[in-house]
Design a protein around this ligand. Structure first.
Ligand code: HEC
Ligand code: HEC
Length: 291
């Protein structure tokens, strides 16, 4: 690098050079625009004002608080408290209102739906789907097909104590494992599966259906009802409606009979506060299939 003291005009562009030259390449004298320089100075002045009024610099025992002592955390805390105070009245009202009456009050219903939806997404959607649509083995909660009853009270009971859960008040009836425990033979299971298929008009084997019907009357009717429509106290599936928790194929039906199923739903009492469980019951009930 060499530096020339004499000013010179670059012949090619007609612009004065700064006199700096690197390997024959000369730097043209093109200062930054005035407006840019002034904006830059203005920013510096602004930042000094900012340091004075807002928290800015870390210090060994915390940070400079600034003249305004502003804190976003304090703002959020205050907003949260205000929101909770506003909800407090509604929460108390829901606690005091009998479950069945919540939906009669528009304000309570709206609040319960919002609280129920939030709690559902957090606690239930992993198993039942974000919209309550369910998956194989995890019941759909927005149709009107209920294992354990679709009234808002029954739904609340299922949520409080679960199904085959560790809670002492859990719903507990469970289907026997007809194959595993050798209660029925393979051909018995085949026949009774044909009978189950015939309940939704899908069997093509009348002989098997006839013998299956007898087995059904002896083994299954006590839980699923003589008509196969299910009994709520037993949590047994309706086998006639074409809605299947574990699949509609003969293979899936035989699997249910051979091994039982014993799906488990956790209990929530003690883990979700009573007001929110009420809201959840109202929310699930209103998903579409509430009775
Ligand atoms: C770990 C998975 C799991 C979670 C989490 C879960 N459930 Fe369930 N739930 C199940 C299963 C499995 C069943 C079916 C039990 C059976 O076979 O009877 C069920 C059944 C139900 C039923 C009864 C359906 C009927 O047809 O009678 C309701 C209502 C219900 N759940 C609501 C909820 C709510 C509300 C939550 C969240 C607070 C929740 N569940 C969380 C697995 C779960
Ligand atoms: C002690 C009561 C009980 C008896 C007896 C019983 N079941 Fe069940 N069954 C249930 C319950 C409860 C369910 C719900 C599924 C679960 O366990 O998660 C069920 C589910 C089923 C299902 C699956 C339905 C679906 O939607 O996927 C089939 C199929 C079935 N039972 C057939 C039978 C047949 C056939 C018999 C007789 C051989 C029988 N059950 C006897 C209680 C019973």
């Amino acid at each position: 690098m060499s530096e020339k003291k004499n000013r010179e005009i670059d012949a090619f562009t007609g612009v004065e050079t700064t006199g700096h030259e690197w390997d024959g390449i000369k730097e043209l004298n093109k200062p930054l625009p005035r407006w840019w320089i002034w904006t830059f100075y203005a920013c510096i002045v602004w930042s000094i004002g900012y340091w004075v009024v807002y928290p800015a610099w870390p210090t060994p025992d915390g940070y400079t608080k600034g003249l305004w002592n502003y804190s976003q955390r304090a703002v959020v805390t205050a907003e949260g408290e205000a929101a909770r105070a506003a909800q407090g009245a509604l929460r108390k009202q829901i606690e005091a209102t009998p479950l069945g009456d919540i939906r009669k009050n528009q304000d309570l219903l709206r609040f319960a739906m919002a609280a129920g939806n939030a709690a559902f997404q957090t606690n239930c959607s992993a198993c039942h789907g974000r919209g309550g649509q369910g998956f194989t083995g995890y019941p759909n909660l927005n149709d009107d097909d209920w294992l354990w009853g679709g009234s808002v009270e029954e739904i609340q009971k299922t949520i409080l104590y679960g199904v085959r859960s560790e809670h002492k008040d859990t719903r507990s009836s469970a289907m026997p494992r007809y194959g595993l425990d050798k209660i029925l033979t393979d051909s018995n299971i085949d026949d009774v599966s044909e009978y189950v298929l015939s309940l939704s008009k899908r069997s093509t084997d009348p002989k098997a259906v006839e013998s299956g019907a007898k087995i059904f009357g002896e083994q299954c009717a006590s839980c699923h009802g003589a008509d196969g429509k299910g009994i709520v106290e037993q949590g047994s599936a309706n086998l006639t409606d074409g809605i299947w928790l574990y699949g509609s194929s003969k293979t899936a039906i035989m699997e249910s009979i051979r091994n039982g199923r014993g799906g488990q739903m956790p209990y929530w009492t003690g883990r979700i506060d009573p007001m929110t469980i009420k809201a959840l019951a109202v929310y699930v009930h209103s998903l579409g299939g509430g009775k």
